[in-house]
Ligand binder design. Structure first.
Ligand code: SAM
Length: 287
């Protein structure tokens, strides 16, 4: 079957079926087969794999996933696209299309019922308006997922792979790295999509860790500290911890803990590595 991921085939499908782009759903369809190959290679999709695709659109990525994987379940929110997908991909007999919002879909149940609760791979060209909520939902729910390979805005990808002390390093960097190891698979220019988005993109792969990156006595406190540390980036960490009411300790008591951890009193949150955040959490939990 002819690849959907080309400008000509995409236009042909869009002319053949009734469809109007819905901006609110972040619809930018992939028209470049080289990028498609990079996604498949990056995700290391093989015959054994059960793949969950988020937002199949008109099926450019779905088509190749179905060709390479054992089974593909694709969740699409836009009702206009369901009959198009069912017709265009009717020959893909290992494909199941679900009409729904991925943030309201019971993914745990899908994995339990359709893959015997064995780890699955998530692959998607994500709708950019909800990139972070989707990634965090997949990570925080501790689902049996071995990897997440997704196209996202370049700017967000830069944040996920940032090093401490750089401008891109933030709460999302620490949160994602706590659960997974991120890799940059490819940079993707904006002309690889119809319609052309206003930003460049990148494919990243998150390989989920079997155990969190660091051991913390209180996970909730860890994430509160991380959030507070970046709440006002230019402020000192100590002031952010106090103003965000992370601790009841006085400034002097906090200063003592900082010195025990060998943190400078004036240090800003953006200088802390994930290990530093864990040490700080464990020190504050003890008090
Ligand atoms: N996979 C296709 C491709 O690569 O050409 C389409 C990618 S497009 C960037 C994002 C897709 O996600 C659209 O088809 C959009 O309708 C769908 N979508 C948006 N929000 C969604 C949600 N909450 N749940 C499921 N699908 C969603």
């Amino acid at each position: 079957m002819e690849l959907i991921a080309s400008a000509s085939k995409t236009k042909e499908i869009l002319n053949k079926y009734p469809f109007v782009f819905r901006k609110k759903y972040g619809q930018n369809f992939l028209i470049d087969s080289h990028v498609l190959n990079k996604i498949i290679e990056g995700a290391e999709i093989g015959r054994e794999d059960f793949v969950l695709e988020i937002g199949p659109g008109i099926g450019s990525l779905t088509q190749v996933l179905s060709r390479e994987a054992k089974k593909v379940v694709a969740v699409e929110i836009d009702s206009q696209l369901i009959p198009i997908l069912e017709d265009v991909l009717k020959e893909c007999d290992n494909l199941e299309i679900i009409h729904g919002d991925i943030l309201k879909t019971d993914i745990k149940k899908i994995i339990e019922e359709k893959n015997n609760n064995q780890p699955i791979k998530v692959v998607a060209n994500l709708p950019y308006y909800i990139t972070t909520p989707i990634i965090m939902m997949l990570l925080e729910n501790k689902l049996p997922v071995s990897s997440i390979t997704v196209m996202i805005q370049k700017e967000v990808a830069d944040r996920l792979i940032a090093r401490p002390g750089t401008k891109d390093y933030g709460a999302i960097t620490v949160a994602v790295n706590y659960y997974a190891v991120p890799y940059l698979v490819a940079n993707v220019p904006r002309n690889c999509f119809i319609p052309r988005p206003n930003v460049d993109s990148a494919v990243i792969k998150l390989e989920l860790r079997s155990e969190a990156a660091v051991e913390v006595k209180d996970e909730e406190l860890f994430f509160k500290i991380v959030k507070a540390a970046f709440s006002q980036r230019r402020k000192k960490l100590m002031n952010n911890l106090i103003s965000q009411e992370i601790t009841d300790l006085s400034k002097d008591e906090l200063a003592l803990i900082f010195s025990q951890l060998a943190f400078d009193e004036n240090i800003r949150g953006e200088m802390l590595s994930i290990e530093d955040f864990a040490r700080l959490t464990n020190a504050l939990k003890k008090e």
